[in-house]
Write a protein that binds this ligand. Structure first.
Ligand code: AMP
Ligand code: GLY
Length: 422
């Protein structure tokens, strides 16, 4: 098969690395990719949201399968674009259509979906500028802290958690006045849930699904979960508290009802589902859905999968997922993300990265990197994920941290406490 992966992060490098190992692969392309993906496949300099250019390239390269890494192209309707064009509708896209992608693209859509299908989640109401005073009244009925979510995509920044009632009211007003542009024309206010977070992942063919290993990511920039939110500073899989008993509840109360709910709602969902959960007294609740794999969760989930991932993905369009096994190993995978100094605020790019060839004990997944002549330089906030696999978490972390020290670039920063709290 000729496969095209869309995206340019650590997630996409990990998917490319895994698919490159498949016996069924002929050629692998990544658009736009990064310095790491160019080693396992061929980078194509097209943005993941430039559908017209992707169409021309997919035809030219005789692509048989497109795997969408990030949410943006899905929410913008890349699947619909391919399905509705007679010249390219034979090229299957792994990822939901625009309707299904609303699970991530609209918090209100996701909450209504969960309510309709009895899937446990925090109590909520949603408000627009016209119902601002109702929003204030709703906030008064809740206990602090207050959770305010921009309805639309806001690059991971659209969720505010505020301790003070008056500040929450002011924040609601600001959001509805366009703080996050169109994304916050509508705001979901929900009950605050307290507990440990864990994410589960499934691949759905619209009828059957395969469960992947679960993972926990570390979103804040600072140790002990202090400071600003990032895309993710590290991840661990498996997650000790997400034991067999807990996972059984997750499957029965959340995953199965979600897959069934999508079918009942007439959404032909062929792609990844990311269940962002929180456990409250060992009971799982959904915090969010994403319609793609997580980053950096992919960097620990995919390396634990023993089966041929391309076999599974290729079975999705014909709804034959149930004919293939999805086995994973019981070892622990950890990843530590090296980031640019200043991230998630302003940071500089173009810093020379050295020591990459000296990393022996970890898989090295590139995120924001760029090849410049013979050099590899930084090209984003999150630069490189160092994934290690070992019998237990402590051993895996030891390797990831050793590798983290081996690599150098100006401004390098990383969290030293990944995995220590679980
Ligand atoms: P989201 O973008 O919906 O995943 O929210 C971002 C982060 O905000 C989550 O990872 C949680 O840490 C936190 N969060 C979101 N909703 C809630 C909630 N209802 N209760 C507590 N924390 C929440
Ligand atoms: N690491 C969180 C996400 O991918 O959304």
């Amino acid at each position: 098969m000729n496969v095209l992966i869309l995206g340019s992060g650590g997630r996409e490098h990990t998917l490319a690395w895994k698919i490159a190992q498949s016996k069924n692969l002929n050629k692998l392309y990544i658009a736009p990719g990064n310095a790491g993906t160019s080693v396992v496949g061929e980078n194509i300099n097209i943005s993941a949201t430039d559908f017209d250019a992707l169409k021309i390239k997919a035809l030219e390269l005789n692509i048989n399968l497109i795997i969408v890494g990030p949410e943006d192209p899905l929410v913008k309707g890349i699947r619909d674009f391919f399905e509705n064009d007679s010249e390219i509708k034979h090229i299957p896209v792994i990822g939901p259509d625009k309707h299904g992608a609303q699970l991530e693209g609209s918090k209100e859509f996701a909450k209504e979906f969960m309510a309709r299908h009895n899937i446990p989640t925090a109590a909520y109401e949603s408000f627009t500028h016209n119902t601002l005073t109702n929003g204030y009244a709703f906030l008064e009925t809740l206990k602090a802290p207050y959770v305010l979510k921009a309805d639309g995509l806001a690059a991971g920044k659209g969720v505010l958690i505020i301790d003070d009632l008056q500040e929450a009211k002011d924040a609601l007003k600001k959001m509805l006045e366009g703080q996050f542009g169109e994304a916050s024309n509508k705001v979901v206010i929900e009950e605050f849930l307290s507990g440990l977070e864990v994410s589960y992942f499934a691949l759905s063919d619209g009828n059957n699904y395969k469960l992947f290993p679960e993972a926990k990511d570390y979103k804040r920039i600072g140790e002990n979960d202090a400071g600003l939110n990032t895309g993710g500073m590290g991840a661990v899989s498996p997650v000790p508290f997400a034991n067999e008993r807990f996972t059984k509840k997750v499957i029965e109360r959340i995953i199965e009802p979600t897959i069934q709910g999508l079918k009942k709602d007439g959404i032909h969902y062929q792609g990844f589902v990311f269940f962002g959960l929180i456990e409250v007294n060992m009971e799982p609740y959904v915090i969010e859905y994403n319609v793609r794999m997580g980053d950096p969760e992919t960097e620990v989930v995919i390396p634990r999968i023993k089966s041929d991932l391309l076999d599974l993905l290729a079975a999705v369009p014909s709804q034959k997922l149930n004919e293939y096994p999805c086995e994973f190993n019981s070892e622990t995978a950890t990843t530590v993300m090296l980031v640019s100094g200043g991230y998630p605020e302003n940071y500089e790019k173009g810093k020379l990265i050295t020591g990459l060839n000296n990393v022996k004990e970890s898989l090295l997944f590139h995120a924001g990197t760029l090849k410049k002549g013979n050099d590899i330089v930084t090209n984003g906030g999150r630069v490189i994920a160092l994934t290690s696999i070992a019998e237990n978490k402590a051993e895996a972390l030891k390797k990831s941290y050793k590798s983290a020290e081996t690599i150098s670039f100006d401004g390098k920063n990383y969290r030293k406490d990944i995995g220590f709290d679980i």
